[in-house]
Design a binder for this molecule. Sequence first.
Ligand SMILES: NC(=O)c1ccc[n+]([C@@H]2O[C@H](COP(=O)([O-])OP(=O)(O)OC[C@H]3O[C@@H](n4cnc5c(N)ncnc54)[C@H](OP(=O)(O)O)[C@@H]3O)[C@@H](O)[C@H]2O)c1
Length: 299
Amino acid sequence: MRILITGGTGLIGRHLCRALLSEGHYLTVLSRRPAMVAVKCGATVQAMASLNEWLPDRTFDAVINLAGEPIVDAYWSARRKQVLRESRITLTEKLVQCIAAAKQKPATLLSGSAVGYYGDSGDMELHENAPAGNDLAAQLCVDWEAAALLAEQHDVRVCLLRTGLVLSKNGGLLERMLLPFKLGLGARLGNGRQWMSWIHIADYVASVLRLLDDDQMRGPFNMTAPQPVTNAEFTRTLAKSLHRPAFLFAPEPVLRLAMGERAALLLEGQRVLPAKLVAAGGQFKYPNLAGALDDLLHQ
Ligand SMILES: NC(=O)c1ccc[n+]([C@@H]2O[C@H](COP(=O)([O-])OP(=O)(O)OC[C@H]3O[C@@H](n4cnc5c(N)ncnc54)[C@H](OP(=O)(O)O)[C@@H]3O)[C@@H](O)[C@H]2O)c1
């Protein structure tokens, strides 16, 4: 297949490109730094610097839309909130305009979203039909999904990737946590009762490949492992995997003072289950956290 990927240079995108190339697909990656595409995604991957390059005569069989300014990295000023929205929602709207203009439409659009869609949901188990939350992260996901779903008006099959915390060897959440944990400074966040819905990158990529291939699958998919854990359990399991203690905790008021509104990303959570993937017979190589960490940290 000829596949266009936005956000292909990112953590998930790079892993996905590798897997898609090994299956023989032809890839084009949209990037603000087109010169980096071959370096990050693979020598044979074509770069696209702007969606203006997608002229109506150009055909893609599928589009995978992962682009988005990192949500946790910087203080949520009004300007930053706008950038978070534009890099996801405005870009997705433009993508759907290109799809509408294309003489031959892609069959499939797999488009990003996050488990933050559900907002802070306490201990409730969340399947794909659970309602959306109403905080900033949830609203971002709701609007991002709505923009992508407009592609259905052009007979495109749309799958929404409600992504959990992706665990990988290089980059992302795990890399950020490793140094303090290795120093024995790993800490529970707040009361530690908030849920963390995680997924090993290999299972994430395998699930995306399944969604790409199976034309019966559409709508939202929880892209998470079947065994989410609380923050306290995540802290214990990671410390144990590194053979380090983790007696500390970061008090909620300190995190809220230091991070402002963004602290919600750490102190609140969702207990998300991959109900639709499991119902479709999806298998997880790393269903539990200890096994996933063992693979990522020790293999
Ligand atoms: N990783 C996770 O745990 C996780 C969890 C939930 C949801 N997600 C979502 O899944 C998507 C992919 O995640 P990731 O971890 O691979 O992200 P990432 O490593 O931060 O990469 C995101 C990519 O998006 C592009 N991008 C960033 N800011 C942009 C902007 N202002 N305008 C246009 N493009 C921009 C970048 O491509 P260029 O620099 O090449 O332009 C970058 O490579 C993101 O949208 C993220 O929000 C990720």
